[in-house]
Design a protein around this ligand. Structure first.
Ligand SMILES: *[C@@H]1O[C@H](CO)[C@@H](O)[C@H](O)[C@H]1NC(C)=O
Ligand SMILES: *[C@@H]1O[C@H](CO)[C@@H](O)[C@H](O)[C@H]1NC(C)=O
Ligand SMILES: *[C@@H]1O[C@H](CO)[C@@H](O)[C@H](O)[C@H]1NC(C)=O
Ligand SMILES: *[C@@H]1O[C@H](CO)[C@@H](O)[C@H](O)[C@H]1NC(C)=O
Ligand SMILES: *[C@@H]1O[C@H](CO)[C@@H](O)[C@H](O)[C@H]1NC(C)=O
Ligand SMILES: *[C@@H]1O[C@H](CO)[C@@H](O)[C@H](O)[C@H]1NC(C)=O
Ligand SMILES: *[C@@H]1O[C@H](CO)[C@@H](O)[C@H](O)[C@H]1NC(C)=O
Length: 264
């Protein structure tokens, strides 16, 4: 079959055109927008910070996160929107979603005794002005993370999803800064070392919360007395998971409450 641009004399031009069209189609599928330089640098710093904990022990770590120096936007290396675990806005190119769940890739959390603590500095995330979702679940974040100024994330006005679950060094020290993150709609702190009386005031401050997962923490006492009244101020709350805590009496295992009305 002869294509419209292909005659015997123009076959080179024909192939060039076809290759360009294929290239454009591939790019349209993969490009989510062009990466913002400041954000690209911050991502490389996040990678460096993680690798510092492990030294040379990890290879093939975030292999797409590479710095090709001053590449032009659009070539794979410099366009961080094409990197794994990242989503960008198609219109502005700003990073909207960071899926940094389980970076070391250990399958079984509880056999994970070789993972190193990650002294992550919250400052690195302040570059992502349009971030809506930050997933740092299961990364052995160290205690310094809680002191590195988590409240500054409140400058990210679009941040709606924060997952810090399965970071066993996270404890009640996180609460004062956490309660300032009022844009959050989904907060997962399950399987952390939060403990003791239910921190009612702190969670009641997060007025936009729709989903709160506090399962498998170490809360005890009586949730009904400490918590239910104030938590019921969270008018938008649709799901509160308190399974696997140590509450006393009939609510000793509250389970998944699917309607906030239950708490009124
Ligand atoms: C987000 O990024 C991931 C991995 O880079 C990709 O598989 C997914 O399709 C992206 N989602 C959207 C909505 O662009
Ligand atoms: C990790 O835990 C497993 C099972 O408890 C044990 O056999 C192994 O020796 C531990 N590894 C290290 C490095 O401690
Ligand atoms: C985090 O980074 C900021 C900015 O680079 C720096 O000022 C601060 O000292 C760092 N904090 C910690 C705990 O390392
Ligand atoms: C975080 O990422 C893990 C793995 O992809 C996923 O199972 C979990 O639901 C994510 N957390 C949130 C709050 O979306
Ligand atoms: C949290 O850890 C406990 C064990 O301490 C485990 O039984 C539970 O399944 C974990 N939660 C989730 C959501 O996997
Ligand atoms: C509740 O948990 C805290 C911290 O783990 C502990 O010190 C306290 O004794 C516990 N109280 C009860 C009544 O179990
Ligand atoms: C549960 O609460 C009752 C009083 O409400 C108290 O007598 C009992 O000791 C508590 N149980 C535990 C395990 O703390």
């Amino acid at each position: 079959m002869e294509c419209w641009a292909c005659s015997k004399h123009k076959s080179f031009l024909c192939w060039l055109l076809m290759l360009m069209m294929i290239h454009i189609l591939i790019m349209a599928e993969h490009t989510q927008g062009d990466c913002v330089e400041e954000e690209r640098k911050a991502l490389l710093e996040i990678k460096t910070s993680y690798m510092k904990s492990y030294g040379s022990e990890i290879d093939n770590f975030l292999p797409t996160w590479v710095d090709y120096g001053g590449g032009t936007p659009g070539d794979g290396g410099s366009n961080c929107c094409d990197w794994e675990r990242i989503n960008c806005s198609t219109t502005t190119g700003h990073v909207t979603k960071l899926s940094l769940y389980n970076l070391i890739g250990v399958e079984d959390v509880y056999m994970d005794n070789e993972s190193k603590l990650w002294p992550l500095n919250v400052s690195l995330f302040l570059h992502f002005k349009e971030l809506t979702s930050l997933n740092l679940s299961h990364n052995s974040l160290d205690k310094e993370f809680m002191k590195s100024g988590l409240e500054r994330l409140s400058s990210l006005k679009k941040l709606e999803v924060l997952d810090l679950s399965f970071n066993f060094d996270i404890d009640n020290n996180i609460l004062p800064s956490l309660m300032t993150l009022t844009s959050l709609k989904v907060l997962d702190l399950s399987n952390t070392s939060l403990n003791g009386n239910f921190p009612t005031n702190e969670f009641a401050a997060l007025e936009n919360l729709e989903v709160l997962d506090l399962s498998y923490c170490g809360f005890n006492g009586t949730f009904e007395v400490q918590g239910s009244e104030r938590v019921s101020r969270l008018r938008k709350l649709k799901s509160l998971n308190l399974a696997g805590n140590w509450f006393n009496e009939s609510k000793s295992n509250v389970g998944t409450i699917s309607s906030s009305r239950y708490l009124l």
